[in-house]
Design a protein around this ligand. Structure first.
Ligand SMILES: Nc1ncnc2c1ncn2[C@@H]1O[C@H](COP(=O)(O)OP(=O)(O)O)[C@@H](O)[C@H]1O
Ligand SMILES: [Mg+2]
Length: 319
């Protein structure tokens, strides 16, 4: 059955933060809905602070929505924890592998722990030799053959991201959430790591939610793109359609990509910064920075509009 692997339905996450005016609600993620099919690689792009990591953490069961629902393989996500049915089936790769690796543990041991965890062993018991062989195999596949015995500090930044990848993929998960996995690396190393990730995605066929503030990275890795602005998804489209994006925000992100500007036009540089989610603008959240803003944009939040199958946008002026 072609059931969606992941469904996010109207998920919101509100944090309560202390400020001079007292404790205020901060809507980090607001009524986000999305779906991922098996094997699909979907990108989530937007400026820093727009809610990407919060959404990614909720998808992995590391955080819970304040309202709304997340279903994995048709089943509503329960609380996080070692007994969660997500153990081994959903994995996360973070930006900074160094801080997520135990500095005193050989990396092979760290990777083996995923296979030994109780939740995973409940589904599939593995003996010691099988664990050792599986770990050896995954190290070879990420391009670190024979390096299982090393410690984290003995690797370069790019190699450590490969260790993080090995740890995520060793359980053959159905879904990997990659949160800015190459953003901390030099450009040349980024390309290497992205190539390894692309090859392994093709080989293992896991679905991926690939989070980045860099649209070039997303365009390289993903077939479909979700564009996020101030806690909301504002456009969903095929990566191939990015160059004719409907939302002015997507367009601005696209034009800001080096070497990818729309033919004959200069880059559109977004004015101002992402507004504070503590005090979001009325109407369309994007209107204060939008070159196309009209009166209605200041008053009314736009509804979703479908431009073509799989292409949806929330903008009064688009399409
Ligand atoms: N634990 C938290 N407590 C309070 N505010 C948070 C917390 N986590 C994230 N936020 C706020 O939620 C918003 C979205 O953050 P985040 O999801 O990290 O965005 P991104 O990953 O796109 O940079 C930001 O304004 C951030 O300050
Ligand atoms: Mg983040």
């Amino acid at each position: 059955m072609d059931r969606e692997l992941l469904q996010v339905r109207d998920a919101s996450r509100v944090f309560f933060v202390r400020s001079r005016e007292g404790v205020l609600p901060l809507a980090a993620v607001s009524k986000v809905s999305l779906a991922l099919k098996r094997g699909e690689c979907v990108g989530l792009v937007g400026e820093s602070g727009c809610g990407k990591s919060t959404l990614g953490r909720m998808v992995c069961g590391l955080d819970r929505p304040t309202s709304g629902q997340i279903l994995f393989d048709g089943v509503p996500l329960p609380e996080a924890g070692a007994s969660s049915p997500l153990v081994g089936r959903v994995q996360m790769v973070f930006q900074d592998a160094f801080s997520s690796l135990d500095p005193r543990m050989r990396v092979g041991r760290t990777v083996a722990e995923g296979l030994e965890s109780r939740g995973f062993q409940k589904r599939r018991h593995m003996g010691r030799e099988e664990i050792r062989d599986t770990v050896r195999d995954i190290f070879a596949r990420v391009g670190l053959a024979g390096m299982e015995g090393r410690f984290p500090h003995e690797f370069s930044g790019g190699q450590r991201q490969r260790v993080a990848l090995a740890r995520a993929l060793v359980t053959r998960p159905d879904l990997v959430v990659c949160d800015e996995p190459v953003s901390a690396l030099d450009a040349s190393v980024q390309a290497q790591v992205l190539n390894v990730m692309r090859d392994l995605q093709e080989e293992f066929g896991q679905a991926q939610l690939f989070i980045s503030h860099n649209l070039a990275v997303i365009g390289y890795m993903c077939s479909r793109v979700l564009v996020m602005y101030l806690g909301e998804i504002v456009e969903m489209l095929a990566a191939a359609d990015l160059r004719r994006a409907a939302h002015p925000y997507t367009e601005a992100l696209y034009r800001a990509m080096p070497g990818r500007g729309l033919a004959g036009e200069g880059p559109v540089v977004l004015e101002g910064e992402l507004p504070s989610p503590l005090n979001p603008p009325q109407g369309c959240h994007f209107h204060p920075r939008c070159p196309r803003a009209r009166d209605i944009c200041k008053k009314k939040a736009p509804d979703w509009r479908e431009l073509a199958p799989g292409w949806r946008v929330r903008c009064h002026c688009a399409g």
